[in-house]
Design a protein around this ligand. Structure first.
Ligand SMILES: Nc1ncnc2c1ncn2[C@@H]1O[C@H](COP(=O)(O)OP(=O)(O)O)[C@@H](O)[C@H]1O
Ligand SMILES: [Mg+2]
Length: 470
């Protein structure tokens, strides 16, 4: 009896092979990214190591202990949900090392929004853009956001981005001191089929996908449109969370879009009269694998961010408590393989219900990111507008720090209308925090005087009618 209670589950050879394969697929590409930067630049791995993060250089020991950032990686252990995702070495102090600076040295826009043609030479300092409403400040930020995968900070249709009256789409060109050395990036819809997709050239050579941008720089942003994040629909918070994950784990986007495609196939199939059960099962199995991987990647991200927030508490911005709800909530501690089986069963059992609803009611697409104001111990949506803004700023800065720590390269930060709602003291504190990140930040405002505390750390440009001057 006792023996039975402690008996380990016995797996068949096939199941074991499946688990091993699964663990390989879940070996989050965060680790791959780390390997990437550390293989290319030993110095950046030292940066990461100094900060207590595992790197490819220490990969032997990492894999040996079967643990990266609390995520078991082989060695017979399975990835599982739960508190294990919090960094185990949270007491490790940050080292003095700064992440490498990534900066734009040149930016050229053609037929981009209200810019017919713009050519800017920049040094490595931060850039402050001031000008009246409608001048083109956010447009310029949006152009820089196209140096990361996706549809930019407005999530606009490409057809809207091309300047009204332009005949051949838009283009953005940037010379960047990037994560892999200097690189020239060209992207846009010029010459492409209108509105479909944008092209990417790296040093003049066409890239396979825009995801290749993440090999060169990471771009993070905070815009006024994000002010309603805590009170708005959960889809906004999911998107926000997925962008956080993407900046560390570019594979996350592929998983999410493949999951989405599989889910749409399932919904379509369920709407048919007598759908083929074998086909449904095959699609659901695919959804289970992708869906659990997505959930794990999100949880790992939140674990890393939480550990970082805890280590750097007590600054001028409140810190956020982060958790996930809405998908596999009650499964803490279960191995990923079991999670997949559980989600598969949920999908299979929910066919009738989902067919009636016309959509899939369980899955990572129903997760919500729960955010709390830690110091006040209050849900973010119940905090005042000012507190919410401060919380959001704190969250984005913490994330930027995490990206710098994990990759060894500071992200490019776009902070639109950042100074507007902050008093003078908070503004100065913000500028110091931004500067300490070690990267290049672009900031906008209506009044240059708001930025005096930045002093020589930034160059100052005036924007008017789609033109930029010193
Ligand atoms: N596709 C486009 N073609 C031309 N002008 C555009 C296009 N899209 C937006 N605009 C113009 O850009 C201006 C808004 O610029 P924006 O960068 O948002 O201003 P702000 O400086 O206030 O941030 C508006 O005048 C708008 O009409
Ligand atoms: Mg604006």
């Amino acid at each position: 009896m006792l023996f039975e209670e402690i008996e380990e589950p016995v797996f068949t050879g096939e199941e074991l092979a499946k688990q091993a394969e699964h663990q390989r697929s879940i070996r989050l590409s965060i680790v791959m990214r780390l390997s990437y930067c550390t293989c290319k630049r030993v110095k950046s791995s030292q940066v990461a190591e100094n900060r207590g993060f595992p790197t490819a250089v220490s990969a032997g020991s990492v894999l040996g202990t079967g643990n990266v950032a609390g995520l078991p990686l082989g060695g017979g252990l399975s990835p599982c949900l739960g508190p294990a995702f919090v960094l185990p070495d949270r007491h490790v102090e940050f080292g003095p090392a700064m992440p490498h600076k990534v900066s734009l040295t040149r930016l050229k826009l053609t037929d981009f929004r209200n810019y017919a043609a713009l050519s800017l030479e920049l040094d490595q300092r931060h850039v402050v853009l001031t000008g009246e409403n409608g001048a083109g400040k956010t447009n310029l930020m949006e152009a820089i956001s196209f140096l990361s995968p996706g549809r930019g900070l407005r999530r606009a249709a490409y057809a809207d981005v091309a300047r009204v009256g332009a005949t051949d789409g838009f283009s953005v060109f940037a010379a960047v001191e990037g994560m892999d050395g200097p690189v020239e990036i060209g992207t846009g819809t010029a010459g492409a089929e209108e509105g479909q997709s944008r092209r990417l050239r790296l040093n003049g050579t066409p890239a396979r996908t825009v995801d290749e941008l993440t090999d060169h720089l990471r771009v993070l942003w905070l815009t006024p449109a994000m002010d309603g994040l805590f009170t708005g629909p959960s889809s906004d918070r999911r998107r926000f969370l997925d962008r956080l994950v993407l900046s560390l784990d570019p594979e996350h986007g592929r998983r999410a879009s493949e999951f989405d495609r599989a889910m749409r196939s399932r919904n379509r199939l369920l709407s048919e009269f007598r759908p083929d059960p074998a086909w449904l099962t095959a699609i659901e199995r695919e959804m289970a694998g992708l869906g659990v991987s997505m959930a794990l990647a999100r949880l790992e991200m939140l674990g890393l961010l939480t550990a970082l927030v805890e280590r750097s508490q007590g600054g001028s911005f409140p810190s956020a408590g982060l958790s996930l709800a809405g998908f596999l909530d009650d499964c803490h501690g279960l191995p990923a393989y079991d999670l997949e089986e559980r989600y598969l069963a949920m999908l299979s059992d929910g066919r009738g219900r989902d067919a009636a609803a016309g959509r899939t009611l369980d899955g990572p697409h129903r997760s919500d990111l729960l955010i709390r104001h830690r110091e006040k111990d209050m849900e973010a949506e119940r905090c005042s507008t000012g507190e919410q803004k401060a919380l959001l700023v704190g969250l984005v800065l913490a994330h930027a720090r995490l990206v710098g720590d994990m990759t060894g390269h500071a992200p490019v930060l776009l902070l639109d209308e950042i100074a507007a709602h902050l008093d003078q003291g908070r503004r100065a504190a913000l500028f110091d925090r931004v500067d300490e990140l070690g990267g290049q930040a672009f900031m906008t405002g209506t009044d240059r005087a708001m930025f005096t505390a930045l002093g020589e750390r930034a160059c100052y440009l005036t924007v008017a009618n789609g033109r930029v001057s010193e």
